[in-house]
Design a protein around this ligand. Structure first.
Ligand SMILES: [Zn+2]
Length: 163
């Protein structure tokens, strides 16, 4: 492959990542409107979004109702298998141990996330679960549209404090 082709391929790949992360951000905005911590996620399978979800912990009073967890559950239902090995997760915030564990268990191919979560994130912040010698390796990329995700979260917590 020539250098030019390489650059074109890379920029197309980046465009795809931004497109899917934008969709995850749209989900995060839905969470915000519902007075939930604004985190959103989508699952991509063969270049198509097959599941979208946002954080619903308060509404559902369910501890696992994190955006990426719900999106993965929807994806498994759609595919009809708990094995999500051809699926990519786009989530606006770094995953917690529960969600990272679910990604390893469901054999997610890749995870792309936005902003770091210094309080609960386990893809880099507190530890990196994905680096441990599990039988399944998940490809991880961070920082995609991180500023947008962070702004949403900041505004949300600012409003909470003002209440
Ligand atoms: Zn989580």
């Amino acid at each position: 492959m020539s250098l030019d082709q390489d650059i074109i391929m890379k920029s197309q790949e980046n465009q795809k990542k931004y497109k899917y992360m934008k969709a995850a951000l749209n989900e995060a905005k839905k969470a915000e409107l519902a007075h939930e911590v604004p985190v959103g996620a989508v699952v991509v399978y063969h270049d198509q979004i097959i599941a979208r979800a946002h954080n619903k912990r308060e509404k559902d009073q369910t501890f696992y109702a994190h955006a990426e967890f719900l999106a993965m559950m929807k994806a498994a239902k759609k595919i009809g298998s708990w094995r999500l090995e051809d699926c990519e997760v786009y989530v606006t915030m770094e995953p917690c141990p529960m969600c990272a564990g679910a990604m390893i268990q469901s054999r997610i191919k890749s995870i792309y996330y936005g902003v770091s979560d210094t309080k609960a994130g386990v893809a880099k912040s507190i530890t990196n679960l994905f680096e441990l010698p599990f039988n399944h390796k998940v490809h991880v990329e961070s920082g995609i549209l991180a500023e947008e995700s962070q702004t949403l979260l900041k505004e949300f917590f600012k409003k909470l404090r003002e209440k």
